[in-house]
Design a protein around this ligand. Structure first.
Ligand SMILES: Nc1ncnc2c1ncn2[C@@H]1O[C@H](COP(=O)(O)OP(=O)(O)OP(=O)(O)O)[C@@H](O)[C@H]1O
Ligand SMILES: [Mg+2]
Length: 433
């Protein structure tokens, strides 16, 4: 069952074109539509596809808001200019008035598959869990704005996927998306890579080369692994952000570059700022919108839909057999694992299992041994608080005693305790002196 939203003054007539057995229809005239659009995403989130009448006065605004949530099919009288404008603004399709029932069902069939995959996530990013739903909301907001974005999260959590989705959903989507792996560019090549060079500017510069920032003009630059860059790199990027201009090596003039910056890191960049390893001013410029991707172990409910997604993605690699699903036991084992490599690790496990499987279902025997051996199967257990504190006390006391060559008075001073107090601790923790 699909939820179709019709936004038109002629909503009733269009409503009649749908065969109501397959669709739940929400027909709205323009007044009602105003009450829906722009109020909050939650209500719009109920719909799967929208039909928007371009004869409504404020159709531009409505389209911009609707397209963030669902495919929008625009329709109007024969007006090429309007049709082109609507497609540019992000309409997914265009139909001519008067609509026929073949028109509408044709479009619905076309988008059905896309719509249904959307239900498990957003634009190829799978995630049912509340933290991922929050991430999807942030992606939409970031796409609609021009602000810089900093994506943080452990390795393999999907940072690059999110960066690409922001670009795809932004008005810059017909311009380049240039991903720059910052840690792979040595300082010696930095300027020629980022800013380019003029012919003859140095020995070997036999031609003029545009830099990556210039190539991205009008689009989005993705600075990946920004937490690992040198102080020189930081200074160069900061200047571009401040001035919106670059100069090629050997160039005579500044060149304006209009780029939207998305950066990503798996490092704790705030602590790098505190320790002086990362410039505060650059951090604040990049971190206008922060999207944090939680580790997979903090959203285990995403593991089953992700596994199905990767199964579909990689099943085609087996030409001899069609692998359809994973067994229930496998799902349990997958949900029990703690994934230090996050989603990338899960994808690798599924891909490997596909090549090992002997039937249409993935079984436990197809999983790597570290998942099936019981000792490593359990997540790292969280110790009871009291045990953890006792362990820590023990360690500190032993190292203070070692440092003071077993002298209890000295060790007590180092630890900031009275001698009698330490002696009581030694007895209770059964530490021999
Ligand atoms: N939510 C998700 N849905 C579908 N695929 C995902 C998701 N998250 C990650 N992936 C897949 O996992 C792999 C790793 O994702 P990605 O490269 O975006 O991670 P990353 O955070 O940039 O990692 P790193 O810090 O190591 O560069 C990719 O193949 C990506 O398609
Ligand atoms: Mg990455």
């Amino acid at each position: 069952m699909l939820n179709v939203l019709i936004v038109s003054d002629e909503a009733k007539a269009i409503y009649a074109l749908f065969s109501s057995g397959h669709f739940t229809l929400h027909a709205r005239d323009s007044k009602q539509a105003k009450a829906v659009i722009g109020k909050d995403f939650e209500e719009l989130g109920k719909y799967d596809i929208a039909f928007l009448d371009l004869s409504l006065e404020d159709w531009h605004q409505k389209l911009l808001e609707l397209r963030l949530e669902m495919p929008v099919v625009a329709f109007s009288d024969a007006d090429i200019r309007k049709a082109v404008e609507a497609m540019k603004l992000g309409a997914s399709d265009f139909l001519l008035k008067p609509l026929t029932s073949e028109d509408v069902s044709g479009v619905i069939i076309k988008y059905r598959k896309k719509i249904l995959t959307h239900k498990y996530g957003f634009d190829e990013i799978i995630g049912l869990s509340p933290p991922m739903q929050e991430v999807f909301g942030l992606i939409k907001k970031a796409a609609a704005s021009e602000s810089n974005v900093l994506i943080t999260g452990e390795s393999g959590t999907g940072k690059e996927l999110v960066a690409r989705a922001i670009h795809r959903w932004s008005p810059r989507n017909d311009k380049p998306f240039i991903a720059i792996n910052c840690s792979a560019i040595p300082d010696s090549l930095l300027e020629s890579e980022l800013f380019g060079f003029e012919k003859g500017s140095f020995t070997g510069a036999n031609y003029t080369k545009k830099g990556l920032l210039e190539l991205a003009h009008g689009g989005t630059v993705f600075f990946d692994e920004i937490g690992d860059v040198s102080p020189l790199f930081q200074t160069k990027i900061l200047r571009v952000l401040q001035e919106g201009e670059i100069m090629r090596i050997g160039g005579m003039r500044q060149i304006k570059v209009d780029v939207r910056i998305i950066a990503a890191t798996n490092r704790d960049i705030t602590s790098a700022c505190r320790k002086g390893g990362f410039r505060d001013d650059l951090f604040y410029r990049l971190n206008v919108i922060n999207i944090h991707l939680p580790p997979l172990r903090a959203r285990t409910e995403d593991i089953p839909p992700l596994s199905r997604h990767f199964l579909k993605k990689h099943a085609a690699k087996r030409k001899d057999i069609f692998i359809k699903c994973v067994s229930q036991d496998v799902v349990h084992l997958l949900m029990d694992h703690s994934y230090p490599g996050n989603v990338r690790e899960l994808e690798n496990i599924i891909e490997r299992a596909i090549s090992f499987a002997n039937g249409p279902e993935i079984l436990t025997a197809d999983l790597p041994p570290f998942l099936t051996q019981s000792s490593s199967r359990k997540k790292i257990p969280i110790p009871r608080l009291r045990d953890a504190i006792a362990g820590l006390e023990r360690e500190l006391i032993i190292s203070a005693l070692n440092e003071s060559d077993g002298n209890i008075s000295h060790a007590a001073t180092t630890l900031g305790m009275y001698r009698q107090q330490l002696q009581r601790k030694l007895r209770s923790l059964k530490i021999a002196t």
